[in-house]
Design a protein around this ligand. Structure first.
Ligand code: GLU
Length: 314
């Protein structure tokens, strides 16, 4: 039976609208605490270029840690595999902002998707420039990926995190002691907090993720990254993209994904679809509560788990 994707999206959107437990919005960044939790959006871009949406798919939200995927892509473009001398590629099994593991591992973060790893990536992307140069480069890159110049940074979110991001400041300074952060911590974090404060809708985020579904190609022509690099980034998303709940996400959904505390998740079905879901309420692991449920249901209905044989669902 052929897949009726619009009907699947409509069903999932209706189911999510009826859910009572929507989790809790993040409050440790005060500006994020102001977001209405009663929102849910989904957007799917298929390999043949169709864009399907449901719910609040055109409402902008703070992409937060989803930006780590784009930052990693940029950093690999700058320093290639040398990045892996400074950041590992293993799931952490610890909270996204843990400091204890760093001490045991001599200032080398476990992977680029926990905060410490993303701070090293931001240090690489800073590359001796002023933060505004790196921030501008990141914004231009995301706009190019999405094919949408209207994407902006929410300055209030960046300011809010700058005022309260003591833990990230501690991580950056700690890694500076190991020479794994090479610029002053406030410059690296100035860049990192702005990268996290990029605001996108589900539609824009799914469009920005197309290169990872297309083995590194930009649908507008040319290549963003090599096929090998695209596969490796997808592998990291599957193993490390959901903090210390990455194993559970792979078990339940089976699709590479990266979540953020703004409630967004970017999920990639190689060769088939780039998906963005958003709902601001988080579960106990800090991942979007409804976003995770929606992706679980989508994978079940479509057979898009990367562990499913082609064209077979449940
Ligand atoms: N800017 C957030 C932080 O560093 C991102 C966290 C996240 O989305 O996981 O705490």
């Amino acid at each position: 039976m052929s897949l009726d994707l619009p009907a699947v999206i409509a069903d999932i959107t209706a189911t999510m609208a009826s859910m009572e437990d929507r989790g809790q919005v993040a409050t440790y960044i005060p500006e994020l605490a102001t977001v209405d939790p009663a929102q849910f959006g989904i957007a799917i871009v298929t390999a043949d270029g169709r864009v399907l949406t449901g719910g609040d798919a055109d409402t902008g939200f703070s992409i937060q840690s989803v930006s780590k995927v784009f930052a990693l892509t940029l950093a690999l473009g700058k320093v290639g595999d040398q990045l892996w001398d400074r950041v590992g590629r293993e799931p952490s099994g610890n909270a996204f902002n843990s400091i204890t593991q760093l001490e045991h591992e001599q200032g080398i973060p476990r992977n680029p998707f926990i905060n410490a790893g993303a701070i090293v990536v931001a240090d690489v992307n800073l590359g001796g420039h002023e933060p505004r140069v790196a921030i501008g480069e990141m914004l231009r890159f995301v706009r190019y990926l999405a094919g949408d110049d209207s994407i902006t940074i929410n300055e209030a979110v960046a300011v809010s995190e700058t005022a309260t991001g003591f833990r990230n400041m501690a991580l950056a300074n700690y890694m500076r002691a190991f020479n794994n952060v090479r610029h002053p911590a406030e410059l690296v974090l100035g860049s990192y907090f702005h990268q996290c404060a990029i605001e996108m809708s589900c539609r824009q985020l799914a469009l920005a993720g197309r290169y990872l579904m297309l083995d590194g190609r930009h649908p507008g022509g040319g290549r963003v990254i090599s096929p090998r690099r695209a596969r490796r980034i997808n592998a990291l998303m599957l193993t490390c993209g959901h903090y210390d709940a990455s194993g559970d996400f792979a078990f339940r959904v089976g699709i590479p994904g990266k979540s953020g505390v703004g409630g967004g998740i970017l999920a990639i079905v190689p060769g088939r679809a780039a998906i963005a879901v958003w709902s601001p309420g988080l579960n106990a692991s800090g991942n979007s509560c409804l976003g995770t449920l929606a992706l679980e249901e989508l994978a079940r209905r479509t057979g898009w788990s990367v562990f499913s044989p082609p064209d077979e669902g449940d």
